[in-house]
Design a protein around this ligand. Structure first.
Ligand SMILES: [Zn+2]
Ligand SMILES: [Zn+2]
Length: 295
């Protein structure tokens, strides 16, 4: 990708990505990430004293050493100094520190003139490419509003955040966690507050404590489901930081566990990628009952 091709106009204009001429999807070319290590060679870089965390910390955010894009717009967020901790076992005040850090980094990155969107996310487990076991998440700060956010905003209905009770697996304060009625993945979850809080920085003290509680509960349920740490992808959708008013957008977390049974991964196959239609082997109400009954 050294020589600009016919479709590289956006990258040539300094945007850093290409637009697929068939689908319109943006794609960043990041050959430098091929060089990143699969596993730390000797010791964990995220434990206190490690290369990324030389000093004592409770929670920590720092620039990703292997960023998909430049300018400090990719960060790592460490949830705890304890290498073997899971979000589910964090003390309530420690989980709250993580949420405060997500909110603070969203605020700081979102205030940059070159940032329109802040995606807070986690890949958990080697099955989804987490190369370091130490509990951590990531942040990507985009210079545009990513397509997935635009798709949701175009499609959102007034009932999107009012789940049927049979799909709810847990509640805490004004937060609920539920299996979406058209879930694409067997144990997929949404976590959202009942009111229209738009982003992580706007969460109140109570909302932050309750989010900490419900996230710990949800992760514990997922781990208990097959009696083993559940590999999952999690991301927060929040309002874009591009100064456009979008009153319908509400902070929410998507959680996509990738197992459908013990040690059995759910693969997305050609019939799904090729059609854009999902075929979910477990009915949402059944998945919700499993997750309600597991603890
Ligand atoms: Zn560690
Ligand atoms: Zn969303």
């Amino acid at each position: 990708m050294d020589t600009p091709g016919p479709f590289d106009a956006r990258r040539a204009a300094g945007l850093g990505y290409d637009i697929d001429p068939l689908s319109g999807s943006p794609s960043w070319m990041v050959p430098t990430r091929q060089d990143r290590p699969n596993l730390p060679i000797d010791s964990c870089p995220f434990c206190i004293g490690g290369i990324e965390a030389p000093d004592a910390y409770e929670v920590l955010a720092f620039p990703n050493r292997w960023p998909p894009f430049d300018d400090g717009r990719a960060e790592i967020v460490l949830y705890a100094p304890d290498h073997d901790a899971s979000f589910a076992d964090l003390a309530p005040e420690q989980a709250r520190r993580v949420i405060d850090l997500w909110a603070e980094r969203s605020r700081v990155l979102g205030a940059r003139p070159d940032v329109d969107y802040v995606l807070v996310f986690e890949n958990r487990g080697p099955e989804v490419g987490a190369t370091i076991a130490h509990p951590h998440g990531q942040i990507y700060a985009f210079d545009m509003v990513p397509p997935a956010v635009g798709v949701e905003y175009a499609a959102i209905t007034s009932t999107a955040f009012t789940p049927p009770s049979e799909l709810v697996i847990a509640t805490c304060g004004e937060w609920s966690a539920w299996v979406p009625p058209a879930a694409a993945w067997p144990y997929e979850l949404l976590v959202a507050p009942a009111d229209e809080t738009p982003d992580l920085p706007s969460l109140t003290d109570h909302q932050r404590n309750d989010l900490a509680t419900i996230l710990r509960d949800v992760v514990a349920r997922l781990d208990a489901l097959f009696d083993s740490p559940m590999p999952f992808m999690m991301w927060f959708h929040q309002r874009p930081f591009d100064a456009t008013d979008r009153p319908d957008l509400r902070i929410h977390a998507h959680i996509v566990p990738i197992l459908r049974a013990p040690d059995t991964q759910r693969f997305v196959a050609a019939g799904e990628l090729g059609s854009g239609v999902w075929f979910n082997p477990i009915a949402p109400a059944v998945a919700a009952r499993h997750l309600r009954d597991v603890r």
